[in-house]
Design a protein around this ligand. Structure first.
Ligand code: ADP
Length: 267
């Protein structure tokens, strides 16, 4: 898929330059950062800038090598080979973005090694062929460093060839701009939502599944832009998704109320 206009992405540092440079040298990219901090959006913007199609795969623990590479399917009484997303990207010189790579099983990630190193090749055992990656092919994998335990699945020799780019949450003024742009909410409400997000990020995160990401703040912004008051929006889109523990949730609600003061609408 190639976007017709540049996906909106506000850079946080030199990540665009680092990515473009790695791309020109055919080096794979390792994107690190918490969920909802803009990794996917960043790759979409880079694919646009570099004029490459983008193939995205959301990894999960049931993902098999065949899901990535392809399989024979029975169609109208005939067996035909159907390329998986990785093979499609290799053939067409696309950027292949494997989102949350650490979710994938080790036998799945093994297929990435010859693609990620100097060979840039994809062996397809079932077809008995080895494909050379077309020019422009670029492997991008992302993971959330909070879940580092599973990272043993990526071989060190593969990791060491990757160019690491670390993304975090944007500074408050930039995040306000992003929330307002993405949701259409007014600047004042965007600023309040970002303040709440910042406060949650400063908490000891025990009991929270994740900290408040830019994504949840954008979601809250959407609710406000649609007419919900700030308090309800922050409760539903920020606090709700972060915890199932009633005590923690109550604490988050109180924090939201404290930040909104009289600004949030009725209780
Ligand atoms: P990730 O892939 O890290 O989980 P996403 O790329 O899906 O996160 O980001 C979630 C949302 O946050 C995006 O859809 C976008 O609305 C917003 N966002 C986060 N960071 C940025 C940024 N730097 N520029 C523009 N939008 C951003």
């Amino acid at each position: 898929m190639t976007a017709s206009t540049r996906p909106y992405y506000v850079p946080l540092g030199s990540e665009e330059q680092v990515f473009a440079t790695a791309f020109r040298r055919g080096l794979p990219v390792l994107l690190k950062g918490p969920t909802g901090c803009g990794k996917t959006r960043f790759v979409e913007a880079m694919a646009f800038d570099l004029a490459r199609p983008l193939v995205t795969v959301a990894c999960h623990d049931d993902l098999t090598t065949a899901d990535l590479v392809g399989r024979f399917l029975l169609r109208g009484g005939e067996t035909t080979w159907v390329d998986g997303p990785l093979t499609t990207a290799v053939r067409h010189g696309a950027i292949c973005y494997l989102d949350e790579i650490v979710e994938a099983r080790q036998d799945t990630t093994v297929v990435l090694h010859p693609l990620a190193d100097h060979r840039r090749q994809l062996p397809i055992d079932r077809l008995g062929v080895t494909l050379d990656a077309a020019p422009g092919f670029c492997l991008v994998v992302s993971y959330n460093p909070g879940y580092q335990s599973v990272l043993k699945d990526l071989k060190d020799s593969t990791r060491q060839r990757m160019v690491a780019i670390e993304l975090g949450f944007p500074p408050p003024d930039v995040e306000e701009k992003i929330v307002a742009h993405e949701s259409g909410v007014d600047q004042h409400s965007a600023a309040l939502l970002v303040q709440i997000g910042q406060a949650i990020r400063r908490l000891d995160t025990a009991g929270l599944r994740e900290v408040a990401s830019t994504r949840v703040l954008v979601a809250a912004g959407h609710l406000v832009a649609e007419g919900l008051d700030l308090r309800q929006a922050a409760r539903a889109a920020v606090a709700g998704p972060l915890s199932d523990d009633p005590l923690v949730t109550r604490g988050l609600f109180e924090m939201i109320d404290a930040y909104l003061g009289g600004d949030g609408g009725p209780d």
